[in-house]
Write a new protein. Structure first.
Length: 179
């Protein structure tokens, strides 16, 4: 599926799909190591999911700053997801099921699926990736601050930011202008 997504991304990069009103409906937002493509639709989907989690309308307009922050988050998520394969951290399937069940209680989940063409299986994978990334961050903090250390939230944030910066430097990341 990764190769398919890369090919699709390159096609979309070469010729963004336009509506008759000349509104861009798909474009490549970033490439990571020439292997992973993040599209503008991925940003919109993540924003809609964040809105769903916060009880806001799914398609709330996004500021440029918020789009860029979401893109950076998606880039880091992709990098951490690939790095997780080397760490072999356990992820209990029950945790995934519980998180999916929590989302199923939210009122506009069906609208999210319909708006972005997401199947329940694809949504489960989105949730699983989010949990894996959270597990990776928790693992780093446990290694960085072994007991009995009790780091402050500021110290945790600083440690994660430094780690994220080092991860970004290890990968070839190309970002494109966002609509």
């Amino acid at each position: 599926m990764g190769a398919y997504r890369t090919i699709l991304g390159l096609i979309l990069l070469a010729a963004p799909v336009l509506t008759t009103a000349q509104q861009v409906i798909e474009s490549v937002a970033a490439k990571i190591d020439d292997a992973t493509v993040i599209t503008y639709s991925d940003i919109l989907q993540e924003a809609a999911l964040l809105n769903l989690e916060n009880g806001a309308p799914l398609h709330t307009p996004l500021s440029r700053e918020l789009k860029e922050r979401i893109l950076d988050s998606l880039i880091l998520r992709a990098i951490l997801f690939f790095a997780s394969r080397d760490r072999d951290l356990p992820l209990d399937d029950r945790m995934v099921q519980e998180m999916v069940a929590t989302y199923e209680k939210l009122p506009y989940l069906a609208d999210l699926f319909k708006s972005f063409g997401i199947s329940p299986l694809e949504f489960r994978m989105i949730v699983k990736k989010r949990l894996i990334v959270r597990s990776m961050m928790d693992d780093l903090l446990k290694r960085r601050f072994p007991p009995p250390a009790k780091p402050t939230e500021e110290e945790k944030k600083k440690a994660l930011d430094e780690w994220f910066d080092s991860l970004r430097k290890k990968h070839r990341i190309i970002t494109y202008s966002l609509p």
